[in-house]
Design a protein. Structure first.
Length: 127
């Protein structure tokens, strides 16, 4: 399985970030990650095809908004909060506070997603 590339912090551009957030589906993904933390890519139940969902994940990752971690055959996605806060202080929190998630986009927690959430709450490494 190949590695997933992420842009370095200094290459994250404000216009690219705002463009990535301009799509309601991608904005809903970021909002869901903000509310629930890291999730498996397959844990999102959205009214789009798998190909479109993969495209949304790629746009968010290439814009520098999310980080994708591969564990075995699963990919886990999370928001790069620390990097974004360092690069654009307060931007993401401001956007999320002002915008509501579009209807029809929910997060369906899988067993792996629940394990990640529990590990984050306990601040322990994953197995």
């Amino acid at each position: 399985m190949r590695d997933v590339s992420h842009p370095p912090l200094q290459q994250v551009d404000l216009c690219t970030v705002l463009h990535a957030l301009s799509d309601p589906g991608r904005l809903a993904i970021v909002r869901a990650l903000a509310e629930h933390g890291e999730y498996a890519c397959g844990a999102f139940e959205v009214p789009v095809s798998k190909g479109t969902l993969s495209h949304h994940f790629r746009v968010l990752r290439e814009a520098g908004l999310t980080r994708t971690r591969i564990t075995g055959r699963q990919r886990f996605v999370s928001v790069r909060w620390d990097d974004l806060e360092q690069r654009f202080p307060g931007l993401v929190d401001c956007l999320l506070a002002q915008l509501s998630a579009p209807a029809g986009v929910t997060v369906h927690p899988t067993a792996a997603a629940r394990e990640v959430a529990e590990a984050r709450r306990q601040r322990r490494p994953l197995r």
